[in-house]
Design a protein around this ligand. Structure first.
Ligand code: SDX
Length: 439
């Protein structure tokens, strides 16, 4: 099957690629060399940057699969370590492989004491996403051979194992408590919870309810094909930058409120609605008002034009977790009511704006006892295996090239450069103080 293009009276044919689930892509790799034209698609809403075998999303049907496994089944039965292994190495681990992988993750959880000292120089108000991005990039200083292929698998383990320690240390730093070192007798999630919440004064027992919720949250965030931060990791990795540098860039991209930063903004929005007398209709109308910058955070998605399956799972998990912990969080009811009011409104229905993964996740993070500025860090920890898997897949692709988009130039046409004549005495009105003018 080919696609035909008629441009300036000439007809061109381009090959068509059909994916496993019958998605259709027009292969434009020769478009410019054959036609002189480029495709223009700001935001890449209609542009595929790669082929991939890791994750499949059908936005119209609300389908998400990791290596072919439905998210609902993976979320119900897998451990986060299994999902990491599946996404990164392409198959579910055998029991032997899983034990070996877990053992590696456990024994690489410590960070170099010099790296630990970096925390001392961040201001206490430093956002934990900034710290996570900086510290992950800094890992390449401690593993200088991180660009050598045979080091990649070891660096993958180092990154997965140490990122949770870095995240826990940044939380402890922000609340002025001493760091809690990782323990080798705990699972990945138990170890993380222990580093987050243990205090020297008393033993900390990991709640199975909280541990189960954390495992679910990390799995649901693990990968999501070519989202903004994953595309960033691939672009940075395409220059042959090392894994740590590439993922550090992904962390920064995730931080934005339109992406992973939304989970923090959702809670802040729900608190604003609570403090403003629960006037749901007011905020739904504000979200519709083009003159207002207010958006319903946690709503809408570039791909899902139906329910985000992760939001459906998290809404149910939030109910269960709060009931099991005996927590009555009014923000959960406010979120549910806001969802109801929005989904009765034509504006949201005709634009197919539904709750996304960020709409309910913050309720569970709050129930765990985390502050809102740690929420996006939790998203990043979940997304780590996805970033790593996508980076590895692109680096193992023999046809991969450096990412370098083109543009259509709309600026000034050719004009001569006329240097300033500074020899004349300073004319009246020239500012004597160096002022920023014309910006
Ligand atoms: C994540 O890509 C991924 O997979 C991301 C993610 C992942 O797992 O990696 O799923 C995680 O980032 C989820 C999204 C988190 N962000 C938010 O919740 C922020 C609020 N949502 C929006 O800003 C928006 O919906 C985006 C950013 C998610 C999607 O933006 P798009 O695809 O560019 O859509 P758009 O801005 O062009 O919106 C289309 C229309 C516009 O109205 P019209 O111009 O047609 O009149 O819908 C409106 C938008 O104004 N709209 C909203 C809205 N989201 C879209 N109006 C009010 N509130 C909203 N939240």
């Amino acid at each position: 099957m080919d696609a035909k293009l008629i441009l300036n009276g000439s007809e061109y044919e381009f090959p068509v690629i059909v994916g496993t689930e019958n998605e259709v892509g027009i292969d434009f790799t020769k478009l410019r060399s054959r036609t002189g034209a480029i495709g223009l698609d700001p935001g890449f809403g209609n542009t595929g940057s790669c082929t991939s075998s890791i994750t499949f999303i059908d936005g119209e049907k609300g389908i998400l699969r990791y290596r072919g496994y439905p998210i609902e089944e993976v979320a119900e039965s897998a451990s986060f370590e299994e999902v990491c292994f599946l996404l990164i190495f392409g198959h579910l681990p055998t029991p032997k492989e899983l034990f070996a992988f877990r053992d590696q993750l456990t024994h690489h959880s410590m960070i170099h004491e010099s790296l630990k000292n970096f925390f001392e120089d961040f201001p206490p108000t430093a956002h934990p996403m900034m710290i996570l991005s900086a510290m992950v990039a800094s890992l390449s200083a401690f593993y200088p051979r991180s660009v050598e292929p045979r080091e990649v698998d070891l660096n993958i383990v180092r990154l997965l194992a140490k990122a949770k320690t870095i995240a826990a240390f940044s939380f402890k730093r922000s609340i002025g408590q001493p760091f809690v070192y990782p323990r080798n007798d705990l699972s990945y999630t138990e170890n993380f919870l222990h580093m987050l919440f243990a205090v020297p004064a008393e033993p900390y027992i990991v709640s199975p309810v909280v541990d189960r919720a954390l495992n679910l949250l990390l799995i649901l965030h693990a990968d999501h094909e070519q989202n903004c931060s994953t595309a960033t990791v691939r672009v940075v990795g395409s220059s042959q930058a090392n894994l740590f540098a590439s993922v550090s860039a992904g962390i920064s991209a995730l931080w934005g409120p339109l992406h992973g930063g939304a989970n923090q903004r959702v809670i802040e929005m729900l608190e604003q609605i609570r403090d403003d007398g629960m006037d749901y209709r007011k905020y739904v109308n504000l979200a519709k008002d083009k003159d207002s910058s207010f958006r319903l955070m946690g709503f809408g998605h570039r791909v899902y034009k139906n329910f985000d399956p992760r939001a459906t799972i998290l809404k149910k998990a939030a109910d269960e977790m709060l009931a099991e912990l005996g927590i009555d969080d009014p923000l959960l009811e406010i979120a549910k009511h806001l969802e109801e009011v929005a989904l009765e409104d034509e504006y949201f229905l005709e634009r197919k704006l539904y709750p996304n993964v960020d709409f309910y996740s913050g309720i569970l993070y709050r129930a765990m006892g985390l502050p809102t500025d740690m929420f996006t860090v939790m998203f990043a920890l979940g997304r780590l295996p996805g970033w790593i898997a996508q980076w590895k897949e692109s680096r193992e692709d023999p046809a991969a090239r450096i990412s370098r988009p083109r543009q259509i130039y709309l600026g000034e046409a050719l004009r001569p450069f006329e240097p300033l004549d500074l020899r004349a005495k300073s004319p009246e009105g020239v500012p004597t103080e160096p002022e920023l003018v014309g910006v």
